[in-house]
Design a protein around this ligand. Structure first.
Ligand code: SAM
Length: 258
């Protein structure tokens, strides 16, 4: 694939999982350069739709919120909120810790932890992590983010309590769908991808939203309420971005009393 925005290969080590950002068994880390490229393509699409931001970003399969946290750090000046949800409550503990890094309090806490580790073990890796954290702090100073949070939810389930309290007016969904064994689809739906599209549709800002879905090629990414805008392949992943399809929106007729 051609990188239009992250066109110059540079070091993304400040965002490496386990360095300043937290990692844990069962969570994955998304390629940083690709994440930033996708986000910037989405910004461009939203700008073309007349939405200047800052935007709300939602990942309904957020795992440990690595993708969300990286984007919140790199592009915090373009986002007002970063929201994640996941069916697995265990990964949300890590998601919460990662999302806390998008606040000064959370990042300072992490710097304190790294300092303690460095003083105790004198490892170069802890010193490097401290240097990365200092650079991330500079990024955070420019951030416009007001909310970074996550909650448990099965995005394929329309009946759950979480479904009733879902966020609305979302501008951007960027999500890395479950694939493989460790992170396969959970929940009872026989058609999880179709349900996923069904469930996110009402959450999106009708005129100013874009959805970028990263998936392996086994998953059929099609829904009549969404119009495909672009599709790319990167390694084994492909990631189309989508418009909420206006023609497919629910219409509310005006009624007369007879
Ligand atoms: C590929 S991982 C996402 C990783 C994430 N982007 C990150 O940066 O850490 C897919 C996630 O989808 C979650 N998942 C599986 N089925 C789900 C469902 N029905 N609703 C919500 N999340 C689900 C898994 O628990 C897993 O954390």
């Amino acid at each position: 694939m051609e990188y239009l925005y992250e066109s110059v290969q540079r070091s993304y080590e400040d965002y490496a999982s386990g360095r300043v950002l937290y990692n844990a068994h069962g969570t994955t880390s998304f390629p940083v350069r690709l994440a930033s490229e996708i986000a910037q393509r989405c910004f461009h699409i939203l700008e073309q739709k007349g939405a200047g931001g800052p935007y709300s970003l939602y990942d309904p399969c957020c795992g440990g919120a690595y993708l969300l946290t990286v984007l919140g750090l790199m592009h915090g000046q373009r986002f007002s909120s970063v929201i994640g949800s996941d069916v697995n409550p265990e990964v949300l503990a890590i998601a919460n810790k990662n999302l806390s890094l998008l606040t000064h309090q959370g990042l300072d806490h992490r710097i304190g932890q790294l300092q303690e580790l460095f003083e105790r073990y004198h490892k170069p890796s802890h010193q490097e992590a401290l240097q990365s954290a200092a650079r991330l702090k500079v990024l955070l100073d420019r951030s416009r983010l007001e909310d970074a949070s996550c909650y448990p939810a099965d995005i394929t389930d329309s009946q759950s309590q979480a479904a009733l309290n879902r966020p609305a007016g979302i501008h951007m969904v960027i999500t890395d769908l479950p694939y493989g064994d460790i992170v396969s689809w959970h929940g009872g739906s026989g058609e999880p991808v179709r349900e996923f599209f069904e469930q996110i549709h009402p959450m999106l800002d009708p005129g100013h939203s874009v959805v970028a879905v990263i998936a392996d090629k086994g998953q059929k990414l099609r829904h009549d309420r969404f119009k495909r805008l672009q599709q790319f392949k990167a390694g084994k992943r492909r990631w189309p971005s989508w418009n909420r399809y206006d023609a497919g929106e629910v219409s509310i007729p005006s009624l007369h009393r007879r």
